[in-house]
Structures are given as C-alpha cells and as structure tokens.
Design a protein around this ligand. Structure first.
Ligand SMILES: Cc1cc2nc3c(=O)[nH]c(=O)nc-3n(C[C@H](O)[C@H](O)[C@H](O)COP(=O)(O)OP(=O)(O)OC[C@H]3O[C@@H](n4cnc5c(N)ncnc54)[C@H](O)[C@@H]3O)c2cc1C
Length: 385
C-alpha cells in the first residue's frame, strides 16, 4: 500500500493550487455575487489543460487518471465551488459518456474542443418529475427518418446555457414498453433546432455556475447523435454517475479543507478573554473534528478514484466517498461559520459562501439517501427500498 502521490501528481497539484490562488480566487466572490460564470477564468482553466486531464492524448487530453483529475477538482473546489463544478460537470458528466460509449467520430467532434477548453458539455438526466428515480424520466426520443426527434423537459442542468456550451448528453426514452431497458442517450448539439434552454435558476449556492431548465420541442437530431447502444441509456447514465460521485466527493473535500483553513486562521488570530479563541477547548475540538473530516473524506475519495483507475469495481467506494465527503463538507461549513462568529455570517468573508455552497453536495449526483441505499444494497441486504 502506498499513500504517496507520484512526483508528477504532486507537481500537478502544486500547479493547480497556484493557479487557483492566482487566477480563480480573485474572481470568486464577485462572480458569486453577480451569479455569473467567470468565463475568463474558465478559459484560463482550458488553457492550463484542465478540461483534458482524464482524456486520452488521441483526443487532445493529458491521458491522466481519475485520481489526478480529483486533485484538480479539490484544489479548485477549495477556492471556488462554482468553477470547480463547471469543470467536474463538463468532464465527468458531459465528456465521460462520450469517451466511454462514443464512436471515434463522436469522440473527435465533442472531446477535442472540450480538451482544448473551447467548449463545455452538459449532462441532462434529471426532469421536473424524475430525479432520484432516474428510470421514471419521460423525455421521449422517436426515430424519424434517418434521425431522432426529442420531446420533453429536463431540470437543473449544469452548464446548459453558457456561451461555451457545445452539446448536452441527454437521456431519453426510446422504447417505452422496455421499461428500464428502454432508455437511450444522445449527444444533442447546443444549437439543435427545437432545443430550448431556459433562464438560469436563482440558487442557494454554486451561484456562479450555470444551471438551467431545458426543453425539447420537436427537437431533431441526426441518427449518429445516438450515444452508445439503444436501450442501454440508463445503465450508461448510472455508470457515468458512479464516476461523477468521485469527483463530487473531491469537490466536497476541497470545500471542507477551505473551511478548516479559514477556521484555523481565525482561531489563531481572534482573541477573547485574553487568549486566542483556538486556546478554548470548545473551539479547538471543532478544529480537530474538521481535520478528521477532511482527512477521512480525502482518503475515501482517492481510494474510490484509485479503484476506478485500476478497472476494479468502485460503485460502493464511490457512494461511500460521496456520502462521507459531502456530509463532512456540510459539517465543516457549519462549524467554520461558528468559529468565525458574526464574521462568518457576513458575505464579506468567503466562509458564508462556503456555507451556502456546501448543501448541494448532499443532493447532486444522488442524494445522501440514495448513497445510503446504494451502500445498503451493496452489503447484501435484500430488497431495500
Ligand atoms: C445546482 C444543481 C445542479 C444539478 N446539475 C445536474 C446536472 O447537471 N444534470 C442532471 O441530470 N441533474 C442535475 N441536478 C439534479 C440533481 O441530480 C437532483 O436534484 C438530485 O438527483 C435529486 O433529485 P430531485 O431533486 O428530483 O429530488 P427527489 O428525487 O425528488 O428527492 C427528494 C427527496 O426524496 C428523497 N428520496 C427520493 N427517493 C428516495 C428513496 N428511494 N429513499 C429515500 N429517500 C428518497 C431524496 O433523497 C430527497 O431527499 C442538479 C441539481 C442542482 C440543484
């Protein structure tokens, strides 16, 4: 067993950390306040090659593994959750199914511009009436001539409407009589006729990230928009979500770490009753618990990524990492605000933003309840619902 990162991974982590401090941090609070994705920051991330990290060199990627990608997501997530989730969603949810299930032509068409940082991708599964119960989606894709026509609505889609968005990976029902085996995935170009992208939601957190509803009204796509096998759409989506859970866990580790660092700095500098507040056991123990949360969340996250990188079963480990890291992030954010006192409640400090950003980590990519279901089932319990 080896807990050390390779020298290349250490170097990569240092590079992304420096980039996050120098380029991402200065824009983060303003972008959050304006509820606008900082496009120049996203473009700079592209120039650094971050959108190509886990993709093969044939499509312009870096050919690195998921673990290395998680390091980037953690470092960016420590500074700005909104830009970090923009990266995680474009790569882990939008790009991965194309890499995994796409044809050579689809990979070249969609992954090359993503790797160059010129294009963002989105993943459209959730609908107004179907989130956790993904098999209950109702968006239909009907064969029509040599193409398909999509009809329906999606909700809460990250990266759906940025100026850089090039395509959405959409899961739709192609064979209603086949139940769970009647769903398929499509790569729908952002300029497809009949694709209607709604206004951004106003959100509690991740405010600078782009999240919108999407509708398909007689939306026609060519036959080669089908991604992977007809009828395997749900299985493909769930497989992609397993990987996405690992990157969401990395986002959570980044946030938990940011909270620990902010609380530690404040507990050292702030004095009350003649001593630094970190000298009070009531505060010191919070910091100790936050440290434990960060360390265990990171271990669980990197282990899940490590399993995936070795082609080993990792669904249970991904659910453990996502559940634990997101709950750690929420707990750390709550305690960081407490340690900062009134200053933690004021939007002048990033800790208030961390507190707002934390909650979605327990919801997106499968809620905590769904992670517990996945884990309980993996223990062999019969028929847990
Ligand atoms: C900011 C943001 C970004 C998002 N980005 C994307 C995206 O890019 N692509 C995409 O497809 N989706 C995206 N989502 C959707 C997200 O994945 C869903 O919100 C999430 O999966 C939960 O689905 P839901 O909101 O429909 O809640 P529901 O499924 O309606 O769940 C409501 C509550 O019921 C609980 N529940 C449901 N079923 C069970 C059960 N069997 N046992 C116990 N409890 C249960 C849930 O845990 C939850 O607490 C995003 C959401 C947000 C808010």
């Amino acid at each position: 067993m080896d807990f050390d990162l390779s020298p290349e991974q250490e170097e990569f982590r240092r590079t992304v950390r420096a980039f996050a401090e120098e380029v991402v941090r200065p824009a983060a609070d303003e972008a959050d306040r304006r509820e606008e994705l900082p496009l120049d920051v996203v473009r700079a991330m592209g120039e650094l090659g971050l959108f190509g990290v886990p993709f093969p060199e044939e499509v312009g990627g870096q050919g690195a593994d998921l673990l290395t990608f998680c390091l980037a997501v953690e470092e960016l997530g420590r500074v700005d959750q909104s830009v970090a989730v923009t990266l995680a969603a474009a790569v882990g949810l939008g790009g991965m199914p194309i890499l995994r299930f796409g044809t050579e032509r689809q990979r070249r068409a969609w992954l090359e511009p993503l790797c160059r940082g010129e294009a963002l991708l989105a993943f459209a599964l959730t609908e107004p009436d179907a989130g956790s119960d993904a098999a209950a989606i109702r968006t239909r894709a009907r064969p029509d001539g040599d193409g398909w026509v999509l009809e329906g609505e999606k909700a809460f889609i990250t990266n759906a409407g940025t100026p850089l968005t090039r395509a959405l990976v959409v899961t739709a029902v192609t064979d209603p009589e086949a139940g769970r085996h009647g769903l398929s995935q499509f790569v729908v170009p952002a300029d497809a006729p009949g694709l209607e992208v709604g206004s951004p939601y106003r959100k509690l957190g991740w405010r600078a990230s782009d999240t919108r509803p999407v509708a398909f009204r007689d939306c026609r796509v060519p036959g080669d928009a089908l991604l992977g096998e007809r009828g395997r759409g749900l299985a493909q989506a769930l497989e992609v979500l397993d990987g996405g859970r690992v990157t969401t866990a990395a986002l959570a580790v980044g946030l938990a770490r940011a909270c620990l660092e902010a609380a530690l700095a404040h507990a050292t500098a702030r004095r009350a009753f003649g001593r630094p507040i970190g000298g009070f056991e009531g505060v010191a123990f919070k910091l100790a618990d936050m440290h434990v949360a960060v360390e265990t969340a990171r271990l669980a996250t990197l282990r899940a990524a490590w399993l995936r990188d070795r082609g080993r079963p990792f669904a249970q480990a991904a659910a453990v990492a996502k559940l634990h890291a997101s709950e750690a992030a929420v707990a750390c954010a709550r305690e960081a605000v407490q340690v900062l006192g009134g200053a933690g409640f004021i939007e002048e400090t990033p800790v208030a933003r961390y507190y707002r950003d934390a909650k979605i980590l327990e919801i997106g990519e499968g809620t905590s309840e769904i992670q517990r279901l996945v884990i309980a089932r993996s223990l062999g319990l019969p028929e847990v619902v």
